[in-house]
Design a binder for this molecule. Structure first.
Ligand SMILES: NC(=O)c1ccc[n+]([C@@H]2O[C@H](COP(=O)([O-])OP(=O)(O)OC[C@H]3O[C@@H](n4cnc5c(N)ncnc54)[C@H](O)[C@@H]3O)[C@@H](O)[C@H]2O)c1
Length: 263
């Protein structure tokens, strides 16, 4: 199998003998970047737990994987809820016997407004889902990962610099990048790598909803050196690479996938 981290020496013995595949989970895998990542991992031979708050879209992704000849398990989760996250990770391990990599991708776009017009409740919701949600996923994933294990958190270009009228989202995604670096340093002695991917505007269902009725696509294309927005598969490819042994010496980075915007 190519493209997925190999670390055969660390698996719990009994349950995993039944299925020798690498095991990964992807949150927010019912749509967009998460779905594209889940499909790519499965095509590369991993068993993939497809986690999403939307049971229907999670089941759809799992079905797409199975139709493609892969192995998948749909699990409903709310990443903002600790009990839900713990249960979802436990279910993944109960079915597949362990965890080799995780992509924490689920996230929430923010209200389009300046800080002085934002309520505390709006701010807290966006930060809670995007930042605390990523923290909760890592909290229950990290103890399962040993040498060769990898985590990728999907941050944003808004985790590296400001996006207009999105203060809560920008704060949360900067936090995700910080959390990624902190965990990378703390867990490097265990041989576990932790990285972030920072996509620029990417044509996912989530993005299309926000962009509908606006000039966002044209205006974003105009300021992107490559002259177009990303496909979900292009952001997902960076996460797949960071989870693979091809990235075995890469940890603690925030990788822009933004068509040259950051340059
Ligand atoms: N699309 C972009 O332009 C873009 C740019 C930068 C960063 N990102 C980030 O990429 C990630 C994926 O974005 P996308 O555009 O693919 O979004 P999307 O809206 O198409 O998909 C997000 C998925 O996450 C799920 N989700 C939402 N809240 C959840 C929760 N609390 N628990 C579990 N699942 C939940 C949704 O049901 C959905 O299936 C997000 O973290 C987003 O912030 C996206």
């Amino acid at each position: 199998m190519s493209g997925v981290s190999q670390n055969a020496d660390r698996r719990p013995a009994a349950p995993r003998t039944a299925d020798p595949r690498r095991v990964g989970l992807v949150t927010g895998a019912g749509s967009g970047i998460g779905r594209a990542a889940a499909l790519r991992f499965a095509r590369d031979g991993a068993a993939v737990a497809v986690l999403d708050i939307d049971a229907g879209t999670a089941a759809e992704t799992a079905e797409l994987i199975r139709q493609d000849g892969g192995e998948a398990l749909a699990v409903t989760v709310d990443i903002a809820d600790e009990h839900s996250v713990r249960t979802a990770v436990e279910r993944t391990v109960a079915v597949y016997g362990g965890l080799d990599f995780a992509v924490n991708n689920a996230g929430l776009a923010s209200h389009h407004r300046r800080l002085d017009r934002m309520t505390l409740a709006e701010f807290e919701r966006v930060v809670h889902v995007n930042l605390a949600g990523t923290f909760l996923c890592m909290k229950y994933e990290l103890p399962l990962l040993t040498g060769g294990g990898a985590i990728v958190n999907i941050a944003s270009n808004g985790g590296l610099y400001a996006i207009g009228h999105a203060p809560a989202y920008v704060a949360a995604k900067h936090g995700v990048v910080g959390l990624t670096k902190a965990a990378a340093v703390d867990h490097a002695p265990d041989g576990v790598r932790v990285n972030a991917v920072c996509p620029g505007p990417t044509r996912t269902p989530g993005f299309e909803t926000v962009a509908a009725g606006t000039d966002m696509v044209a205006s974003q294309e105009a300021i992107t050196p490559l002259g177009r927005l990303a496909a979900p598969e292009e952001a997902a490819a960076a996460a797949v690479w960071l989870c693979s042994d091809a990235a075995s010496y890469v940890t603690g980075i925030a990788l822009s996938v933004d068509g040259g915007r950051r340059a």
